[in-house]
Design a protein around this ligand. Structure first.
Ligand SMILES: Cc1cc2nc3c(=O)[nH]c(=O)nc-3n(C[C@H](O)[C@H](O)[C@H](O)COP(=O)(O)O)c2cc1C
Length: 213
């Protein structure tokens, strides 16, 4: 059976030789080092996409795609509208899970833990790093506008584009840091099983365990 057949429906490319710390058992004792090597720097224009899972007031999970705005050690920040459902859920239940998946390579990282609001300076820095399109979106993307016909929404966007030389950060812009107690790094393999390294935070620091994919 060929390797591509073995990879089956996933159809994803394993990390290159020398770039497989999980498969090769070279995961560092500190998960921050591994996270740093997988995620782009905060000022890299291309932001990683992640699935952010939260819990609503009835205990029902919710999830959506977000951009990873910043990384500090093992903590990861996302930014959003303070009135959004996710922001309301994070305020009421400050816990979350975040999944980052690399579509071009067989990697995934899952972070779980508690959440705290970003600082004013962090929120400003994240807004300043957003593209102009996303800054304008943060200014005008309301439910009220969403209920207008497409031409009216396009017109509102065009007018906002003309009106704002440098879009100012709206008061509704908010950031949240996920402070993980558990981080699992997953790596696929060609002709072999996938493997994860799971880090769990304890009183004495991080415990590292290899687990099945
Ligand atoms: C590729 C992509 C990137 C997105 N990035 C963000 C983001 O960084 N922040 C955000 O609030 N919403 C982002 N969204 C929109 C969210 O997925 C979601 O629809 C919106 O924030 C409302 O979510 P909520 O009602 O659960 O709060 C993104 C959507 C996509 C498809």
């Amino acid at each position: 059976m060929t390797a591509s057949r073995l990879l089956g429906a996933a159809g994803i490319v394993p990390p290159a030789e020398g770039e497989r710390p999980v498969q090769d058992g070279r995961a560092p004792a500190d998960p921050a080092a591994l996270l740093l090597s997988w995620l782009p720097a905060d000022d890299a224009p291309e932001r990683p996409l992640a699935t952010l899972a939260t819990v609503d007031e009835d205990g029902v999970p919710d999830a959506r795609t977000v951009l990873v705005s910043a990384v500090d050690g093992v903590s990861v920040a996302i930014h959003t509208d303070v009135g959004s459902r996710k922001a309301q859920q994070l305020r009421a239940r400050p816990v979350a899970a975040l999944v980052v998946r690399w579509p071009e390579v067989a990697r995934q990282v899952v972070l779980r833990g508690s959440v705290r609001r970003d600082t004013a300076a962090g929120e400003r820095a994240a807004f300043d790093r957003r593209s102009r399109y996303l800054q304008l979106l943060a200014l005008l993307n309301t439910d009220q506008l969403a209920n207008r016909p497409r031409v009216e929404r396009e017109d509102a966007f065009a007018r906002a584009d003309l009106a704002h030389d440098e879009p100012a950060m709206p008061a509704s812009w908010a950031g949240f840091w996920l402070l993980p107690d558990e981080i699992a790094f997953w790596e696929g393999a060609e002709g072999g099983p996938s493997r994860r390294v799971r880090y769990t935070r304890g009183d004495a620091g991080w415990t590292r365990t290899y687990v099945a994919g």
